[in-house]
Design a protein around this ligand. Structure first.
Ligand SMILES: [Zn+2]
Length: 415
C-alpha cells in the first residue's frame, strides 16, 4: 500500500474521507504528543552511515518510520525521542552508550533548526506549537543507565532527559522488569529513592517495561503523575509489557497518562501467540540443527507454513478505548514506538498515519474535547503537574545523597 497518499489508501475509490479530514483539522489546532520513538537508536545503527545525523537525512524520505515530511503529515507537534540503551551491555559500562545517545539526539535536533526545537518543559511544547515548530523531548529508556547513582540521574536531567523508563527488559538492582525474573517484588528502598528524586527534579517516571509490582510500588510513593510511554492494555492482550486493569484504575488518583503503543504483539493476541509459536519452533530447530544456513532454511519453511498475522489500527483503537474506560479519558495518550518496531499494525505504518487513528475514533463517536485530551492535553497536564511538584519539593528538599548500599545493604542479590 502506498504511503504517499494515505487518504487514497484509506479510501481508494470513494469520496474524500470526512472523518480523516476532521482528524487532520483537529490535529492542526491541538498538539499531538507521541510518547516514544526510537529514531536515535535507528540512526546509531544505520546500515549505511551509523551515528551520522547528516547522512540520515530527515529532509528526505528515510528507510525507517520517521522523517520531517511524514511528521508534518502525521500532525505530530511533540515527540519524545527515546534514548534507549540495551540493558545487556557489559563492556565499558552504560554511561558511555547513554551519553552517545544524548549526543546523537541532540545533534539530530540541532541539524533541523527550522523545524525541530529541543523542549525541556510543558510550556516549551505549548510555545513551539504556536510557532508551528516540532518539540523534541528526550526520554531515557532504561534505569540501568544511572548505574545506581542519583548523581548520574541528576546529570542526565541536566542534559535534557525529561522521562526515565525505570527498567528496560532486564531487572535492575533496584527494580523488577516486566520481561525478567522478579528479584525484589517491585522496588527496593533505593528504587523508591530514585522515584522521589525524579519527582524532586521534575523528571517523569515512565512505567513501561516494569513489572506490575514495580508499577504498584511506584504509585505508592510517587508524588507526581507517572507515565507509560509505550504500553497497551493487558485485559485485551495478556502480554507482560501491557498495563493491568488494577493499575489503570489507579491513574485518576495519581494523575498519570497511559500512552497506548502500536507494538503488534502488544496489540493483537494473534500476533502475540504467533510470536510465541515462532520462538518455540526456532528453539526446536536450533536444538536439532547446528548449521546456520540450514537453521535459516527451516525457520523460513516454518514461517511459510505459518504466515504471520497482522495487528490492525482498529485493535489499537480498542486498546485506547479500554484505557479510557478503565482509567478515564483524562489518562490516555499515544506512544507509538515507531522506529523501535520491525512490524507495524495495518493502517499505522509510520508517523504519517496518526490522523487515521483519530479518524477511526471519530467514527466511533469520540468528541473533539476527548480527542484533544488523548492527543496531548493529558500529557501536558501531567507534565505541568510534575513541574509544579518539583518546584514545591525543591523548596524543602535537598538533592538526595543516599546510596544503594546505605538503603538496600552492602550485599545485594546479583542476577
Ligand atoms: Zn521499549
Amino acid at each position: 500500500m502506498s504511503l504517499a497518499d494515505p487518504a487514497a489508501a484509506q479510501n481508494p475509490k470513494g469520496p474524500p474521507d470526512a472523518a480523516l479530514e476532521h482528524a487532520r483539522k483537529l490535529l492542526r489546532s491541538t498538539p499531538l504528543i507521541d510518547g516514544h520513538n526510537d529514531l536515535p537508536w535507528e540512526i546509531r545503527h544505520s546500515k549505511t552511515a551509523p551515528r551520522d545525523v547528516q547522512a540520515y537525512d530527515l529532509r528526505a524520505r528515510t528507510p525507517g518510520h520517521t522523517d520531517l515530511a511524514r511528521l508534518e503529515e502525521g500532525g505530530v507537534a511533540a515527540q519524545f525521542w527515546s534514548l534507549y540503551i540495551p540493558g545487556e551491555i557489559k563492556d565499558s559500562g552504560y554511561a558511555r552508550v547513554q551519553l552517545e545517545e544524548f549526543d546523537i539526539a541532540r545533534r539530530m535536533i540541532a541539524a533541523y533548526p527550522e523545524r525541530l526545537s529541543l523542549a525541556l518543559t510543558a510550556g516549551d511544547i505549548e510555545r513551539n506549537f504556536k510557532q508551528r515548530r516540532l518539540s523534541s523531548l528526550l526520554g531515557m529508556e532504561g534505569g540501568h543507565a544511572i548505574e545506581n547513582s542519583l548523581g548520574a540521574l541528576r546529570s542526565y536531567y541536566a542534559l535534557g532527559a525529561r522521562y526515565l523508563t525505570l527498567t528496560h527488559n532486564v531487572t535492575l538492582d533496584w527494580a523488577d522488569a516486566a520481561l525478567d525474573s522478579a528479584r525484589h517484588g517491585g522496588l527496593t528502598e533505593f528504587g523508591k529513592e530514585v522515584v522521589r528524586e525524579m519527582n524532586r527534579l521534575g523528571m517523569l517516571v515512565d512505567l513501561s517495561h516494569v513489572s506490575p509490582a514495580t508499577m504498584s510500588d511506584v504509585l505508592d510513593v510517587a508524588e507526581a503523575p507517572v507515565i507509560f510511554s509505550h504500553s497497551s492494555a493487558r485485559a485485551l492482550v495478556d502480554y507482560p509489557r501491557n498495563v493491568p486493569d488494577s493499575i489503570l484504575a489507579r491513574m485518576p488518583k495519581n494523575g498519570g497518562v497511559v500512552m497506548v503503543t502500536f507494538v503488534p504483539a502488544f496489540v493483537s493476541s494473534e500476533v502475540q501467540a504467533w510470536e510465541q509459536a515462532e520462538a518455540a519452533a526456532g528453539k526446536q530447530v536450533d536444538s536439532i540443527v547446528t548449521d546456520s544456513i540450514e537453521r535459516r532454511k527451516r525457520r523460513d519453511a516454518w514461517e511459510a507454513e505459518h504466515p504471520r498475522p497482522q495487528a490492525t489500527l482498529a485493535q489499537v483503537a480498542d486498546h485506547i478505548e479500554h484505557v479510557r474506560d478503565v482509567a478515564g479519558v483524562e489518562h490516555v495518550g499515544i506512544g507509538s514506538d515507531f522506529d523501535g518496531i520491525t512490524t507495524v499494525p495495518v493502517g499505522l505504518e509510520d508517523v504519517a498515519s496518526f490522523p487515521r487513528l483519530f479518524a477511526e475514533l471519530i467514527r466511533r463517536g469520540w468528541s473533539d474535547a476527548d480527542l484533544r485530551k488523548l492527543a496531548g492535553q493529558n500529557l501536558l497536564r501531567a507534565f505541568h503537574q510534575a513541574e509544579a511538584t518539583a518546584a514545591r519539593l525543591q523548596a524543602t528538599r535537598q538533592p538526595s545523597t543516599q546510596t544503594i548500599e546505605e538503603l538496600d545493604g552492602p550485599s545485594r542479590p546479583t542476577s
